[in-house]
Design a protein around this ligand. Structure first.
Ligand code: NAP
Length: 245
């Protein structure tokens, strides 16, 4: 028996990086996983194939975030797919776990960020998670889980990526307020705030030189850059019944 047997999960941005690792882990724990992606259908298919090969259940779900109507479009596609998949699996209609992971990052410092870049960061990193949850609330089952992938930059000053950091601060406040709103239904809301993780978004600068990588590793008490799996294991805990209180 897996901790998430009979449950359903939406993981946004699950085609690559942290989201992919989260999708793999939640599926391994027994959830039927909607592998959301924006543009990279081939990568999403690879995530689904890896889950299926391991004996899990998943399907790809495309929706561009950060554009008008994004959350409604995602929800419509999700319910249609879940209904079909759930019926086949004899699982009650509804969603149990929402992982708001899709995000864009690395703005410049306060002198460099343009209004358009600022708007885009807010639209993808803050507005989309907010309205995805709003769309999902009616079908989020009691005892459900909402997990927002924030960042350690809400705790460590990073003026060189100030606008990105601000979006993650907003996500943390979202988690806090929503947790109070939904606690009575046994629904938990958590932010997970990783440090530097080895994903595509960091590939250019982490791969720049051994010295840069060593500097990034030194920022962690563990002396290494994190792997997507390191985050997925934490998400798995806050997605599980063990994190009920
Ligand atoms: P990544 O490797 O760049 O992957 C991003 C994922 O999000 C992809 O699946 C991508 O899908 C999707 N996505 C991005 N923009 C989208 C959009 N506009 N519409 C729909 N989907 C979109 O990112 P990552 O490094 O794994 O980061 C995942 C999350 O962790 C982000 O919220 C990030 O801020 C946070 N985080 C990352 C780190 C780190 O060091 N990597 C540290 C702390 C927090 P497509 O490729 O299909 O577009």
């Amino acid at each position: 028996m897996g901790a998430l047997d009979g449950r359903t999960a939406l993981v946004t941005g699950a085609s690559r990086g942290i989201g992919r690792a989260v999708a793999l882990r939640l599926a391994a724990d027994g959830a039927l996983v909607a592998v959301h992606f924006g543009t990279d259908a081939a990568a999403a298919e690879r995530t689904v194939a890896a889950i299926t090969a391991a004996g899990g259940h998943a399907f790809p779900l495309r929706a561009e975030l950060g554009v008008p109507g994004d959350a409604a479009a995602l929800a419509a596609a999700l319910w249609a797919a879940f209904d079909a998949g759930l019926a086949a699996m004899d699982v009650p209609a509804g969603v149990d776990v929402i992982v708001n992971n899709a995000g864009i990052g690395r703005s410049g410092d306060i002198r460099e960020v343009t209004p358009a870049e600022f708007d885009r960061l807010l639209a993808v990193n803050v507005q989309a998670p907010f309205f995805i949850v709003q769309q999902a609330l009616g079908r989020l089952r009691d005892g459900g889980r909402i997990i927002n992938i924030s960042s350690g930059v809400t705790r460590i000053a990073t003026p060189e990526i100030i606008a990105y950091a601000m979006t993650k601060g907003a996500l943390d406040v979202f988690s806090l307020a929503l947790a109070k709103e939904l606690g009575q239904r046994g629904i938990t809301v958590n932010s997970v705030n990783p440090g530097i993780i080895d994903t595509d978004v960091n590939a250019a600068w982490l791969g720049g030189s051994e010295q840069v990588r060593a500097q990034a590793a030194a920022l962690s008490v563990f002396g290494r850059v994190g792997e997507p799996r390191d985050v997925a294991d934490v998400v798995a805990f806050v997605a599980s019944p063990d994190s009920r209180w």
